[in-house]
Design a protein around this ligand. Structure first.
Ligand SMILES: [Zn+2]
Length: 139
């Protein structure tokens, strides 16, 4: 038995969009992870969860009060480097870094504009003199 001739949903106009399925939606869990240090200096993580943002804010406030009573202190804020890119090892602008992971190269005093890696990688087997990383910039 068809209703008003609509027998095939595939021919329904696309502008009507997808029918909204009736289903039970599980409650959305809002959560906040807090990093704190306890009175003895232990680094601890806590996750506060709630089903509404208001409840979450309330729970966080309550938890903060509890933390203060117990002598907890907040973890230090992550260091933000001046450049928003968040370079892992901030180096002065334009200073190349060693491809072997020795960090920032040093500017050559003899050849302006050139850099060398100052890292010591070992000792010469005969002379015992320090052997330096050979990476230079420009290579
Ligand atoms: Zn190097």
């Amino acid at each position: 038995m068809s209703r008003n001739g609509v027998t095939n949903t595939q021919t329904a106009p696309a502008t009507q969009g997808q029918p909204v399925p009736v289903m039970t939606i599980p409650p959305v869990i809002h959560q906040v992870t807090m990093r704190v240090y306890d009175a003895d200096g232990w680094d601890e993580f806590y996750t506060i969860k709630a089903t509404t943002v208001n409840e979450l804010a309330h729970n966080v406030a309550t938890f903060k009060t509890w933390l203060k009573e117990k002598g907890y202190s907040p973890a230090p804020a992550p260091q933000r480097s001046a450049n928003a890119g968040g370079q892992p090892a901030p180096t002065p602008a334009g200073v190349p870094t060693c491809p072997d992971g020795h960090g920032a190269m040093k500017a050559s005093t003899k050849k302006p504009g050139e850099y060398f890696c100052p890292a010591v990688v070992g000792n010469h087997p005969q002379t015992g003199k320090k052997l330096y990383c050979t990476h230079k910039f420009p290579a």
